[in-house]
Ligand binder design. Structure first.
Ligand code: GLU
Length: 432
């Protein structure tokens, strides 16, 4: 692919102890690095390094067999200077307090990059959702909602789906909240099914935004989409929808994967024929054609575009040198560690950051919230059109900073986000 790669200087990564880098550490180091390049008021920076509040709750669950298990849940609220806290809820065994804080910070920047009137939050429960029956997931969600009820609300903090949660989970949350409030309050949560105030197009939105920014980036680097090969790690909502759209727009998706491994076919994979993880869990390796690879091998394929859309921390100091893609587009939140990012930057490989690439999710969440509070539904066509407009505008805003400051795409996205957030902090001032 055409090499318009800009060489950029970055600070050296700190020594790694071999442990996965916690999201909070990555988020803080990214913030520090961006702040070095920008003129940010020290006290505002100090505040942005910390969450405003972190709520920790105990969630007892009666299992189907009558026994009781006790889980821990969190809601981290990072910053709300530009509007109510916004961000997903994760059900995963690896959820930690610090992970929620790091992911909440990314939500603050993501909403600001998109110029949405929201701040950032993230929450979750330390639980393996696969170990729960549907009834247990429902009871756990309802009780968790009750435990965080006082700190969420349509004007306060608006949850959404994330790893391990889905539209049904959001419907239970909306119902539990509404029953306690005594009035149906669809705007308390986004990512609901359309029948209860959800937006058309919300589920596919993060994948659609990944595809849109990939298309724009390819165009910027003068690379025709029809001549582009793509590898997508993860075939959940983000990966599957991104792969299908890129395929529809003429790119050749040569590798996809799920938790069991990857499939590679240099002639291209018919991604429309593979059910996504939500439609049929773990269907990718059922594809008969192509070569089987591991998830790690997929990251090192010689493709034009690599889309890590599964979990965090997959591109690290250990493998960043082996990544052969010309462009990385982050579908997951935090797929690249700070050290991995520095290596890619030094090598001149553009990394389109998560806070821009997968921001279609929260953008359509914003559309959903508008529909809920205005009691007026939008058509799918309108959602897709407005998402397209917002994504292209945000991509262009970041592209301008890339050119103006001669920095990598992540730093440029931070520049856009931080200038909006710090300006809001300065305008509002400190109270009392
Ligand atoms: N969990 C999604 C994200 O990480 C969506 C958040 C939202 O819609 O509020 O962006």
């Amino acid at each position: 692919m055409a090499s318009h790669h800009r060489s950029t200087s970055t600070s050296e990564p700190r020594c790694s102890d071999g442990e996965p880098e916690p999201a909070l550490e990555t988020a803080r180091r990214q913030l520090d690095r961006a702040a070095q390049r920008l003129d940010i008021d020290e006290t505002i920076l100090e505040r942005l390094k910390r969450p405003k509040k972190v709520h920790e709750v105990t969630v007892p669950l009666e299992r189907d067999d009558g026994s009781v298990d006790v889980f821990t849940g969190y809601r981290a609220q990072h910053d709300s200077v530009r509007g109510p806290y916004k961000g997903g809820l994760r059900y995963h065994p690896d959820v930690t307090r610090d992970e929620c804080v790091g992911l909440a910070m990314w939500m603050t920047w993501k909403c600001a990059v998109m110029d949405l009137p929201f701040g950032g939050a993230k929450g979750g429960i330390i639980v393996d959702p696969k170990s729960l029956s549907d009834d247990e997931r429902e009871r756990l969600t309802r009780r968790f909602t009750q435990e965080i009820r006082e700190v969420i609300g349509p004007n306060a903090d608006i949850p959404a789906p994330d790893m391990g949660t889905d539209p049904e989970t959001m419907a239970w949350l909306m119902d539990a909240y509404s029953m306690q409030e005594g009035e149906t309050t669809p705007g308390v949560v986004t990512g609901k099914p359309p029948s209860v105030g959800g937006s058309y197009g919300r589920e596919e939105a993060p994948g659609r935004s990944v595809a849109i920014v990939t298309r724009e980036t390819l165009d910027y680097y003068d690379h025709p989409i029809e001549e582009t090969t793509v590898a997508v790690q993860g075939f959940g909502s983000v990966g599957a929808n991104a792969a299908r759209l890129l395929d529809e727009w003429g790119a050749s998706v040569v590798a996809v994967s799920d938790v069991n491994g990857a499939v590679y076919d240099p002639d291209g994979i018919d991604v429309a024929a593979i059910p996504s993880h939500d439609e049929e869990p773990e269907a990718v390796t059922g594809v008969t054609r192509g070569t089987r690879l591991s998830n790690d091998d997929l990251l090192e394929l010689d493709v034009d575009v690599l889309v890590p859309a599964a979990v965090g921390n997959v591109i690290t100091e250990e493998n960043a040198d082996a990544v052969r893609a010309d462009v990385v587009v982050e579908g997951a939140n935090g797929p690249t560690t700070f050290g991995g990012d520095a290596i890619l930057a030094k090598r001149g490989v553009p990394v389109i950051p998560d806070i821009l690439a997968n921001a279609g999710g929260v953008t359509v969440s914003y559309f959903e919230w508008l529909q809920d509070i205005n009691r007026r539904k939008w058509s799918l066509e309108r959602v897709q059109e407005e998402l397209e407009t917002e994504m292209v505008a945000a991509w262009n805003g970041v592209r301008e900073e890339v050119e103006r400051r001669d920095v990598p795409w992540r730093d440029a996205a931070y520049a856009v986000a931080l200038s909006r957030i710090t300006e809001a902090h300065e305008m509002r001032g400190l109270w009392p």
